[in-house]
Write a protein that binds this ligand. Structure first.
Ligand code: UFG
Length: 323
């Protein structure tokens, strides 16, 4: 298939592009490189440098191409930042997303696989979390993703769009070539590995007084290669609607640090700090729908194997894509 991938220079997008190309698809990457990296774009892909909020550059990505589908990764994705600067989330994620789907409509492209998030649920009423939970985002990031889901549902009804919403839990891991390089880095696993690399003295652990067995927050860590496979399955299928993507296993912050100690052989000192505002205590996916309807089977569910992949990438790229 001929696929347009927005945000294909970002952490998850770059791995999806690599997987699409390995699978024999043609890929155009559209990215403004504000948070992504040119070096993260697979050289086999066509690259268009542009911004979703600039409709002229968006038109350049569509001109002369007949796409079968769009994978839409490009977005700001930091919960904390979205509480400080909600406007950039609504502009980039909602207005930019609307520009993209209007360009799709103009060019007769109806299939879109959209990177959504478990943050659209807010504080969940029950765990593990299925797709029927009410969506009550607790921050502008989750709200911006939900708003684009809502817009896409209307485009489904009114314009024959075929949208799939993939609601990720905690994306992590790496392939040999592509990994996680954010600035600033806020995510747990890369922050742990920075300590193992000697780039920081200790991992801050945000809160140890949650109502969980060891008092630290529980998350469902899903390998980006498994996320990439879910995108390809979703693109090929005729299904629409939402799919939660996680392994269904919850690990506490302390359990992740313990696993990283085993993988790296480094003692990884910790420092307990205050809770980080907006962190729900426990987010774990019920991903039966993706398994049943898309035939998705995560291949890299083992936490130590996930951390080992991330560790290999960070050791090979101690300064990220800069070297
Ligand atoms: N944490 C630490 N120390 C750190 C970094 C994180 O203790 O240095 C803790 C956090 O407080 C949280 C857990 O580790 O309890 C995971 O934090 P991450 O920042 O790695 O991931 P989040 O669960 O906050 O966020 C992820 C995605 C978001 C998505 C969100 C859904 O990054 O895009 O899941 O809740 F919206």
């Amino acid at each position: 298939m001929n696929v347009l991938v927005t945000g294909g220079a970002g952490y998850i997008g770059s791995v999806a592009v690599e997987a699409l190309l390995n699978d024999g698809h043609s890929v155009t990457v559209f990215d403004n490189l504000s948070r992504g990296h040119r070096a993260a774009v697979d050289p086999r892909a066509r690259f268009v440098h542009g911004d979703l909020c600039d409709v002229v550059s968006l038109e350049n990505a569509f001109a002369g191409e007949r796409y079968d589908a769009v994978m839409h990764f490009a977005a700001f994705a930091l919960v904390g930042e979205s509480m400080q600067r909600p406007e950039i989330y609504f502009r980039n994620n909602v207005e930019g997303g609307l520009n993209l789907i209007e360009a799709m409509r103009a060019h007769g492209v109806r299939r879109i696989v959209f990177s959504s998030t478990c943050a659209t649920y807010g504080l969940p009423e029950r765990v593990p979390m299925d797709e029927n939970l009410p969506q009550r985002p607790a921050n502008p990031y989750g709200e911006s993703k939900l708003m684009l889901e809502t817009i896409l549902r209307w485009y489904e009804r009114l314009h024959g769009f075929q949208p799939v919403f993939l609601r990720y839990f905690n994306a992590c891991g790496a392939t040999a070539r592509y990994g996680e390089d954010h600035d600033p880095e806020t995510h747990l696993i890369p922050n742990i590995l920075r300590v193992a690399l000697g780039q920081a003295d200790a991992v801050p652990v945000f809160g140890n007084d949650y109502e969980t067995p060891d008092g630290t927050c529980i998350r469902d860590y899903i390998h980006i290669l498994d996320l990439a496979q879910a995108h390809i399955l979703a693109m090929r299928s005729t299904a629409t609607g939402a799919f939660n993507l996680g392994n269904g296993n919850g690990f506490s912050v302390m359990e992740v640090i313990e696993a990283a100690r085993a993988v790296t052989g480094h003692p990884i000192p910790i420092r307990f700090e205050a809770r980080r505002p907006g962190d729900p205590p426990r987010l774990v996916a019920a991903a039966a729908r993706a398994r049943e309807i898309l035939g998705w089977k995560p291949q890299k569910a083992d936490l130590r194997a996930i951390i080992a992949d991330a560790w290999n990438w960070h050791r090979a790229h101690p300064r990220g894509y800069a070297g």
